[in-house]
Design a protein around this ligand. Structure first.
Ligand SMILES: NC(=O)c1ccc[n+]([C@@H]2O[C@H](COP(=O)([O-])OP(=O)(O)OC[C@H]3O[C@@H](n4cnc5c(N)ncnc54)[C@H](OP(=O)(O)O)[C@@H]3O)[C@@H](O)[C@H]2O)c1
Length: 276
């Protein structure tokens, strides 16, 4: 049967490598949709992938929940969905100046993909959210952790909103939110996946469907370059894409269901500690 895969934020970095890896490993009748917010960057990137499967570029700004809903409805059924988009963060720029766009892309985009594409997954489908090992709950102080534990997607969304407002009114640090906005955003992404997975778990486990978040490890990309100095052990995007596509194409391992997975292994939700 023909399969359709879709990757958000795919005109560069890990998203582009995910498209290339999927195009290599899916069949000639399958379709991989390379999506991104800028028409020219999307078209150029889509033309540069030469795999086995067909690759088509589609403009999709993940801050536009209606556009995500419309594309999900148009496709009707999407076998593999990878929510990957992230906006750049610049060191030294005050968090209040960056949090809106960052949360709109990483969190708003993830919520919209979960809501609109979750129902379109067929039996055996895959919905993966590219998060980070910094997305485990232990990276928040103990008093904030219950906010994202055992909650619904609507509740995760409300917590993201409270955090965003706290960044704006200057109370985030006093409330215990890590100053690097990447961290609360990534914990909330993982919590959003857990919330949706919890609702779908029995049916998905019965029919081999996987909803999970993934950590690619350290990868040399636009997003990571400003934040790290030592890239000697960083992966290329192509290297990072392989284990994520392995997870997308392998039979379901129920122990990974709803969890944060890095290189095929589950990173416990309760793990992690304060981040510099
Ligand atoms: N790199 C790492 O070491 C690392 C480690 C852990 C987790 N991750 C995660 O891996 C994922 C991919 O990161 P990356 O390192 O590959 O980042 P990247 O190279 O900066 O690529 C991010 C992609 O997201 C797109 N994007 C930004 N805003 C968008 C929007 N509104 N709508 C649609 N697409 C949008 C960008 O498009 P434009 O080109 O148009 O800006 C770009 O294609 C992220 O979730 C990131 O947090 C990365």
């Amino acid at each position: 049967m023909t399969r359709t895969a879709l990757v958000t934020g795919a005109n560069q970095g890990i998203g582009f490598a995910l498209v290339a890896e999927l195009a290599d490993r899916l069949g000639p009748d399958d379709l991989v949709l390379l999506t991104g917010r800028d028409p020219e960057r999307v078209a150029t990137a889509a033309k540069s992938v030469h795999g086995t499967a067909r690759v088509e570029g589609r403009v999709l700004d993940v801050t536009d929940a209606d556009a995500i809903a419309a594309l999900a409805a148009e496709l009707g059924r999407t076998d593999i969905v990878i929510s990957n988009a992230v906006g750049p963060l610049t060191p030294g720029v005050p968090p209040a100046e960056q949090v809106d766009e960052f949360a709109a892309v990483a969190n708003g985009g993830t919520h919209a993909v979960l809501r609109s594409f979750g129902p379109t997954l067929p039996a055996g489908g895959r919905l993966l959210v590219v998060a980070s090992s910094l997305g485990s709950r232990g990276h928040l102080p103990a008093h904030l952790r219950p906010l994202l534990d055992g909650v619904t997607l609507d509740e995760v969304e409300a917590v993201v909103e409270q955090w965003r407002e706290a960044v704006h009114d200057g109370t985030a640090a006093a409330k215990g939110w890590p100053e690097w906005i990447y961290v609360p955003s990534k914990v909330a992404q993982v919590a959003a996946v857990r919330a949706v997975a919890e609702e779908r778990r029995p049916r998905d486990l019965a029919d081999g469907t996987l909803v999970a978040s993934v950590c690619p490890g350290l990868v040399d990309t636009r997003a990571s370059r400003p934040w790290f100095t030592d890239f000697s052990r960083a992966q290329t995007p192509a290297q990072a894409a392989r284990p994520i596509v392995d997870l997308a194409l392998a039979p379901l391992d129920p122990s990974t269901y709803g969890e944060l997975v890095r290189f095929g292994a589950v990173l416990p939700w309760h793990s992690g500690g304060p981040v510099d």
